[in-house]
Design a protein. Sequence first.
Lengths: 652, 413
Amino acid sequence: MLRAFFLAFALVLCLCLPGARVEAQTQDLQSILQTHADEVASPGRRSVGTVIDALVASGLPAVPQFLERWADRSVYQRESDGLFYYAKENGDTYSLTDISTGADAGTAPSAEMTEIRPNGGVRRVIATALVQFQLSDPDIARRRDALDAISRSPEADQLEPLRASIEGETDDDLRARKERLAGMLAARYGDTPEERIAAIEALSGALSVDVRAVLNQILSSDTAVAAALPEGANIARTLTPGEDLTEAEAYAQLVAADLAPAIQSRDQIKAALTANIADGRVGGVPIGALNTEDGRARAYAALAGAGTVPPLVTEEDRNAALAAHVFYEEYEEPDAAITDAAREALDEVETRVAMNQALDLGLDALSLASIYFLAAIGLAITFGVMGVINMAHGEFIMMGAYTGYVVQQIIPDYTVSIIVALPLAFAVTFGAGVAMERLVIRWLYHRPLETLLATFGISIALQQLAKNIFGTQARPLTSPSWLDGAWVLNDVVSIANIRIAIFVLALIFLGLILFVLNKTRLGLEVRAVTQNPGMAASMGINPDKINMLTFGLGSGIAGIAGVAIGLYAKVTSEMGADYIVQSFMTVVVGGVGNVWGTLAGAGLIGILQKGIEFLNPSNTLAAQTYMILFIILFIQVRPKGIVALKGRAAGD
Amino acid sequence: MTRQTFLTQNRSIFWFLLALAVFVLIVTVLSEATGNGMISTSFVKTLGKTLCLMLVAIAMDVVWGYTGILSLGHMAFFGLGGYMIGMWLMYARTEIIVAESLRAAAIPPTPEEIHDAIGTQIFGVVGSSDFPLIWAFASSFWAQLALVVLVPGVLALVFGWLAFRSRVTGVYLSILTQAMTLALSLYLFQNDSGLRGNNGLSGLQNLPGLDAVPQSQVSIAFFWASAVALGLGYVLFAWVVSGKMGSVIRGIRDNESRVRFLGYHVESYKLFVFTLTGIVAGIAGALYYPQAGIINPNEIAPIASIYLAVWVAIGGRGRLYGAALGAAFVSLLSSWFTGGGVPSIPLGFYTIQWTDWWLVLLGVSFVAVTLLAPKGIGGLFDLITARHAVPERVGDFGPDKGARRTVEGEEER
């Protein structure tokens, strides 16, 4: 009665309002709401549909705003007359806004206003209804949000509004996205099988994750078990126990479907026996004899014979039950034509995904290879060219990384600090390398095993020193913002910018070292001293100086590698130790004394490690183990590495 | 007759065994179990462990100091020996505990039940309960004892055969052995390796069935056993490196090609030495880890094997007692420094805490020993005896500078 009065009142109010667009709309928003006042004030998931339908059907421009605020809980009802307002809390009072016109509607004491609180389910319904308005919203960000919302939770009734909105879309990107999304929705919710099949076939060219999800959803199936395959069901495949699923799993399905009695586990048998102890015996078997499986089986059989426990399921029973039933997977989608089309499309998509994954893996391997190359090239110079094992090479890498860290503490701009850090790291480790060569290594040129141990002593001292200075926790070396992010080719193939930068750095160093060794005076002298120090000295070359410079060069490159590695991994005092064995492997596998050999070694190890990780993704430790085993075997086949020096250059 | 000449040729055996016997006697008299208790049980354990380290250091010396193979993988054999004995210790002890707890049930347990319960107990930490294949013999003490010898022995044999066959020598071989150690430790770090991943095997100090015996007696018993093993190992290796065989392996160290041209099958000699020392390292590990109480893959990490080389180098390569002394000296010093036993040095602006600076000191002193005193601690004995182990060479030296050694561990300048 009261409601009818309000309705009449509202109608009168509406008609009396000057400039009301009565000719276009017969009702305004408030009056529609008043028609469904109960449902608006305390909406339930089922009842809210009628309100929303009425609102949408009215086509009023204020509807989207109302829906949003409704969901946001900023719609209030005045208790005195039951009218709805947008309200804002303002001390003890609420300042009200008229829902239909958006005009200021004065204030009201807070006791008079009731906040309308739609629950989560209702808000989802409201959000779905909002989507169709948002899809054509003039604000591009809101259109994008609406698309995101649809792809998050696609529903059948979104298809029509989505299609309708494609026409008016001005942004090309967004239009393409809408079309794609409409295609995916059509594949799942299209009206006719023909339409769906057409949509599914259109999807087979894509390789994004959501397309695969859509196809997988169409192909979703349930495993089931029955005495015989049901007529008319869309069967994905039949399963053979022992091949497609284990016999235990198959039997568990039978038990779950109440088609067979449960198997008694050992614990259950034991519990049943314990429960039936009588006079020190169970089923006539003395307790002392129950310490074997055989004795327990006899006691249980006796109990089962007396009917006190369910009979034991023997292996024969189990096999007979498995043989008597058929296990199969049934598609949820009843139409076989659709599932066939989806299967075909999915196969095609997966082939393309696999190809792209191979490409992605190749890029990963390339980036890992360039890291190994950077870490190992300095070593290749000292070990390969000079025949000196430098176990402290990893610590030079660490010194370079810490140099980068210290520079970043002084220069806050990351771009500038990296530009400063690279040459500074080279200078620091060059100095350290020269000092080490002068103080230690030149006394040990003819004792390579002792060089190994002496440099190891330096390595543990340097490591502990770094720990004492910088602490044990990892220090960040932040890359400049233009190196953040990734180069994304498509949904499958992407590579971080930082890795591209390291790849470029590795290329630069490859070129630089080849240039220095082959085209400069220093390189010529280095090669001369390497081949025959005595002869080189006779020709006026100072072998001591050359050795010192070569060692410094190798160490300096380690420092730069340290900055590069520190950019994408954490800087710790142990980071060098993580790379030293891999670096040696790279040099040894590639072939000593040759820059191209190091490149080949780094490439082989990078590809190998990524390949093994791909085959066994859960276990990176196993990947490293297998890689080292492979290298040990590889050295059996080619003890001199991939690129073996021949003739006089090989020395020995 | 031969035994007589062998002992008279190697006077160091007598002195070493004498020193060892005196040391054992002193420790026995001072220990808690058999003496007046001046030495705590934990220190007896430390001394027992040190004896095991001395044994593996002697083995390392034979491989490196005598045969010239710088193996950076002998601690892997040591660890494997420990794992093998640890498997039995853990299985047998868990079996007793499990049998105890199952006895309370109304129905006596079946063998299968006990086995499964042990599996759950041991492998619960890595989220499994089934016994991996490698635990097949864990219930048998004698089988595991055989595996202590077999597993390191077979690994050393296979690895050595592969490496020596393809004539990998020098630093390449060192890197390769290091890679082997790294691969093994990484493998053991996995939870599904069957040896409890990085948890390792623990509780090894509790001998199954000997719960009533106090740890002080167990520790002194292990100390004696370690001393006996060290003594036997010393005699064994002294015998290996003396006589004709010793000459050949020293020849291999100094100039492998020349020995090969003389008609010796170099690979067999190297393989024999490598495998034998691997086995001895495994035995030493089997004695060490019941005293340490716990073994995990960290013990097999490459760094452990490098420390082994450091001990031998500081002690003095090419003489067995040097290696043993080096191991004892450095490992005891290390536990003294890292245990905080050394007072820190205040410099006014900075206080040197030896727990932080010990590794720096070790590294630097190691470099210094390599550069300045290649004979190591063992070289001090030359000052006493002042005699040359090898007579002065007469005539031409070979082209390789490595061959120009007239005295062990020293290059002619």
